[in-house]
Design a protein around this ligand. Sequence first.
Ligand SMILES: Cc1cc2nc3c(=O)[nH]c(=O)nc-3n(C[C@H](O)[C@H](O)[C@H](O)COP(=O)(O)OP(=O)(O)OC[C@H]3O[C@@H](n4cnc5c(N)ncnc54)[C@H](O)[C@@H]3O)c2cc1C
Ligand code: SF4
Length: 466
Amino acid sequence: MQNFINSNRRDPEKIEAPERLQNFDEIYRLFDNKLVRRQAERCVQCGDPFCTTIGCPLQNHIPQWLEAIADRDLERAFALSNESSPFPEILGRVCPQGHLCEGACTLNDGHGAITIGAIEASITDLGFEAGLQLPFPGIRHDKKVAIVGSGPAGISCAHFLLRAGIGVEMYERAERPGGLLTYGIPGFKLDKKVVDRRFKLLRKAGLNLHLQHAVGADIALADLIDKHDAVFVGIGATMGKKGVEGDDLQQVMLAMEYLTVKQHQLFGAAAAAKYGMKEKRVVVIGGGDTAMDCLRTAIRDGAESVTCLYRRDMANMPGSRKEYNNALEEGVEFCFNISPRKIYEKNDGSVCVEVERTQMGEPGDDGRQRVEILPDTTHCVPADVVILALGFDIEPLPGLLDAGVECSKWGEVLIDPASCRTSNPNIYAGGDCYRGADLVVTAAADGRRAAFTIMHKLLGEERIDA
Ligand SMILES: Cc1cc2nc3c(=O)[nH]c(=O)nc-3n(C[C@H](O)[C@H](O)[C@H](O)COP(=O)(O)OP(=O)(O)OC[C@H]3O[C@@H](n4cnc5c(N)ncnc54)[C@H](O)[C@@H]3O)c2cc1C
Ligand code: SF4
């Protein structure tokens, strides 16, 4: 260990842009046995590991699994890594590590942080390849929990309940499970086979998955409450925000609408012509990671040009620098300090996004610099398709309020953050439906917290099994 003096941080190899634009495959190649060991050996084994205590929302045992893999003990590294995390191979791929574990790593200050995310994903991938198994005991209690939603929050809750031997019935309205892991995050960031592999494991462990079951439409929430010992709600926040004049034109679509249709298409379904981007000028409005995913999807989809319009400057853009750089490499054009006024159709069937230039002003009440419109700067950005990536609202779950669950005026389900319990003592919630659009790892942490509270309530002292 402590080999950071002799060995530099190495990021996973990235496929060059021209090659990666040919398909929707993951763009990073994870580490092999040798490289994962070499990178893990750099860890300093700090007395107070900030990567775990401050950086990781799951408080994963990072130094312990780094030490295990550096000692060539894949079995122990795999077990430790999967002990606290419901899907380390997914989080290692999708977490914004620079803001989390790697940002908090002691070596980040001058030597280059340990490549925690890539090592984490590689350990579990290598472990599965080597035939290692996860410790699910089978269903061995008569208690049963219903989970609404099969995204990261729901998966995490299911994982830890199943590990304690509690039966789980999961209800998902979509055709495939995974929530935004399946239909939001594109394949070039997360291979869908990786999500499928997790669900295969959970089903083998006893998960009863009911796909195409929308709670509130196909089955009443009240029925779930009656028939189960507890209910966990992990319905996410995927209702796209609108708000630009002309956003009802057929050339305009919401980010999740586009990404979901595209993913269905990649699974083999047909898509309406308006979703095909070939030789079209695509404009994406927004500056977050969802906007980046739309831009990079459209460019792989054969668009003639792909332009991002964002009303603040680059420094204030919420999208991660890593994804921004990947998008730049792939040929996306970014226009900062541009605010849309309206979208209108032209005679030739294309549209004009009428925009104004902006500048950054003084900070407002929320601490963010205000956007100031510059007068006499109105002009037209021509486009064939406009994609709105302006954030998400929460779609209310029918029956939730009737069940006595309090929600905020924005629709967020209110919970006690320490237990994930709602104002109905038998209903728990977590993930984006509580936080608003956030991260996979925070949804996973909520799901785990809820599972532990439920276990404690249903099994009392037996909670120790988990
Ligand atoms: C395009 C995009 C890219 C992203 N990229 C990243 C990233 O790289 N890294 C990262 O950490 N985060 C990323 N995020 C955020 C992350 O995906 C979410 O924070 C996370 O998925 C939230 O998990 P969840 O389980 O709360 O909700 P979701 O993943 O939204 O899952 C909710 C599930 O509930 C189901 N559901 C809803 N209502 C019902 C109902 N009535 N009955 C049955 N089922 C229902 C939905 O169909 C869905 O499957 C991204 C988000 C988007 C939109
Ligand atoms: S779950 Fe995310 S934050 Fe935690 S160690 Fe893994 S990559 Fe880092």
